[in-house]
Design a protein around this ligand. Structure first.
Ligand code: COA
Length: 632
């Protein structure tokens, strides 16, 4: 897919920001660091790590076979040959992994976007209720979002870093105007940055109706809040008083091939509307009131449910266009957030976007007046649908309702401590938390769970992610000792095993972030074999690889200053999905599971996780690793 170089964007846009910069200040255009190129890691080290990760997952017989098959993979010369082909690919591309990753993880997947693929993010609760409050919040958030967009376009965002190491900033440039287009077999991604002319509109949905709404004026400046509000008050709201009986956008929640068939018909019948949809900077959903059953879930959990599925087709699911990278959802009673399509970006750039909106709301950085008339009057989408479209809408509605019902979401705001305690014990907080997931799962299910954790590769040009995985031999040893045989160990010995496990996870995390991870390297060897029409090596059909590919815990850390919970569904029916935000004195977890899986329970996991974290602290206190800490 052709991506426009952002330095070639129209100068007018830059000038436009200058003229409407917040508080009239002109900020400086930054030059971001030139980043190193990602290369495939050392082959022997990848295969050695594969064997190490296999050990805790397998019986001894099967593990011996894994060692044998891995040895044959090396001795036959097959591994080396594939690795050399991979190195050749890396030499010819900016990033050997990212284009493949976009296909494998996103565009070729045929499963629905909501729940597992598209995360939800919730704003802190806002104090308004009713239509007027909703209109006010919508206008302010549009202005804040567009100001953030201008900062991106003008390279004004401070460079993201891990310590002193700069991160790739390109994902920010894909957030606005980007749409994933459903196609049979494999979707396309159309980046907003590739538009010849910068769009001046967003789409607004309400009660399942869709409207094109201008967000710029005729001078090319972002509209003042009065003009934005007026479009809602005078046009959108009066024209969406009842629920649309045929909200065709709902099919964007279905399997991709089902949506592709409907989309193709819409493209033929309504090319202008589809163009408006694809070009729109983002979708803004003016959601309807929701009935909140407090016995089943908290308000925050309900808010996350709205961000992940819109609460299903009978609630606000009819307002989502799931293909659009940013769907900004404005609740009727102050519960707002974002549903985001994952293909163009990871969670952290989205979290920065939302934090920027939070800051603008806190500082009340808004202006009421526009510099000129609105760019274009709003209009409503009217689709001419046929029977096949109606059937597709009904089928999508039924499936979205079913999957919404199946999703269990639990929040755990763990407030007894945060990063401060592991830091005090000279342990990595992230690895400490990952060990808590291992122990919690083992306590509940007596299984060492294959666990996925996102490792960022943004240290590299166009870098996306690798996998930090557990269990490994050290984590397995500690987990079993802590849960099964505590009485056999002194607190000092147990604590030493813990430190060894935490450090082994941390060392592997560093390796993964340095581009030396095992998972994507193995994926690369498999994909290059397929691309060159070579036979797929035996190692990929073995028990160890199959077990490693079936995650029972799927996790991502997304740290933020504000409490803006992010959540996503489990990657398999018997898996837990966990997004966590470690702060200095608290850790916020969003835990999901499927009700249809009788083994898993997000509620139980949350309770047990809290107990495990407390137990870790007690262990460190008892061993003297946490001096001067009072008991819980
Ligand atoms: N002793 C004392 N302090 C320590 C320590 C130790 N042994 N090890 C780490 N720390 C400190 C760090 O210096 C850091 O300090 P800070 O809070 O002042 O910044 C803090 O503890 C956190 O470090 P740690 O918990 O080890 O993790 P991290 O912040 O380096 O993050 C990853 C690790 C793997 C989570 C992160 O690098 C990453 O890749 N995140 C992926 C994010 C992402 O893309 N998510 C996708 C969502 S879709």
């Amino acid at each position: 897919m052709h991506q426009r170089n952002m330095t070639t964007l129209p100068l007018r846009l830059f000038e436009m920001t200058k003229s409407r910069g917040i508080n009239g200040t002109l900020s400086k255009r930054l030059i971001y660091s030139k980043l190193p190129k990602l290369m495939p890691p050392d082959l022997n080290s990848t295969l050695k790590t594969f064997v190490e990760f296999a050990e805790p997952l397998q019986t001894n017989d099967k593990f011996q076979r894994t060692k044998q098959v891995t040895k044959e993979f090396v001795e036959s010369g097959e591994a080396q040959k594939l690795h050399e082909l991979l190195v050749e690919r890396a030499q010819n591309l900016n990033n050997w992994l990212t284009p493949w990753w976009l296909n494998i993880a996103y565009l070729e997947a045929r499963t629905p976007l909501p729940i597992v693929t598209s995360p939800g993010v919730a704003f802190p609760p806002m104090e308004y209720s009713g239509e007027e409050g909703q209109i006010d919040a919508a206008a302010k958030m549009i202005q804040a979002a567009l100001n953030f967009h201008h900062k991106i376009l003008n390279n004004e965002l401070p460079e993201d870093r891990a310590g002193k190491v700069p991160f790739d900033m390109s994902q920010y440039k894909f957030l606005f105007g980007t749409t994933r287009i459903p196609r049979k077999g494999k979707d396309e991604i159309r980046y907003g940055a590739s538009n010849k002319e910068w769009p001046k509109h967003i789409l607004v949905t309400r009660n399942g109706h869709t409207f094109q709404v201008s967000v710029y004026d005729k001078n090319g400046n972002i509209l003042g809040t009065e003009a934005l509000e007026k479009q809602f008050r005078d046009f959108v709201i009066p024209n969406s008083q009842t629920r649309n009986p045929a909200p065709v956008n709902l099919v964007s929640s279905d399997e991709r091939d089902a949506w592709a068939a409907v989309y193709q018909r819409l493209e033929k019948k309504h090319p202008e509307l589809i163009k408006s949809y694809e070009n729109a900077l983002f979708i803004l959903c003016l959601d309807s009131p929701i009935s909140h059953d407090s016995s089943d879930r908290s308000r925050a959990e309900e808010q996350m449910r709205q961000m992940l599925t819109g609460g299903g087709a009978d609630e606000n699911g009819i307002n989502r266009w799931f293909d659009k990278t940013v769907q900004l959802n404005i609740g009727y009673s102050g519960a707002c957030g974002v549903t985001y399509e994952h293909t163009p970006a990871e969670g952290p750039p989205i979290a920065t976007f939302i934090e920027n909106i939070c800051e603008a709301l806190e500082k009340r950085e808004f202006y009421k007046e526009s510099s000129a008339e609105i760019y274009e009057k709003p209009f409503k989408f009217n689709f001419n649908l046929d029977a096949a479209d109606d059937d597709a809408i009904a089928a999508a509605a039924e499936k979205l309702n079913r999957s919404t019902m199946d999703l269990e979401i639990r929040f755990l705001p763990f407030k007894n401590f945060g990063k401060n305690i592991p830091k005090k014990a000279k342990l990595s907080p992230d690895s400490f938390i990952q060990m808590a997931f291992q122990v919690t799962h083992y306590r509940l299910h007596n299984i060492l769970p294959p666990t996925y954790e996102t490792a960022t590769l943004r240290k590299f040009d166009e870098g996306r992610t690798d996998t930090i995985r557990l269990p490994n031999p050290a984590s397995a040893e500690f987990t079993k000792a802590f849960v099964d045989r505590k009485e056999n160990y002194s607190s000092k010995n147990l604590s030493e095993l813990f430190r060894k496990a935490v450090e082994s996870h941390k060392n592997y995390s560093i390796r993964a972030m340095m581009g030396q991870g095992m998972d994507r390297h193995l994926l690369g060897l498999r994909l290059i074999a397929a691309e060159k029409s070579l036979s797929i090596p035996k190692i990929f059909n073995e028990d160890a690889y199959r077990k490693m590919s079936h995650f029972l815990v799927s996790t991502s850390q997304v740290p933020t200053k504000y409490i803006i919970p992010m959540g996503f569904g489990p990657s398999a029916n018997d898996c837990y999905g966990i997004c966590y935000n470690p702060q200095e004195e608290a850790i916020h977890f969003t835990i999901t599971a499927f009700n249809s899986c009788k083994k898993t329970s997000a509620r139980q996991f949350a309770q047990e996780l809290s107990a495990t974290l407390n137990d870790f602290k007690i262990m460190l206190e008892n061993s003297g690793d946490l001096k001067f800490e009072s008991k819980l």
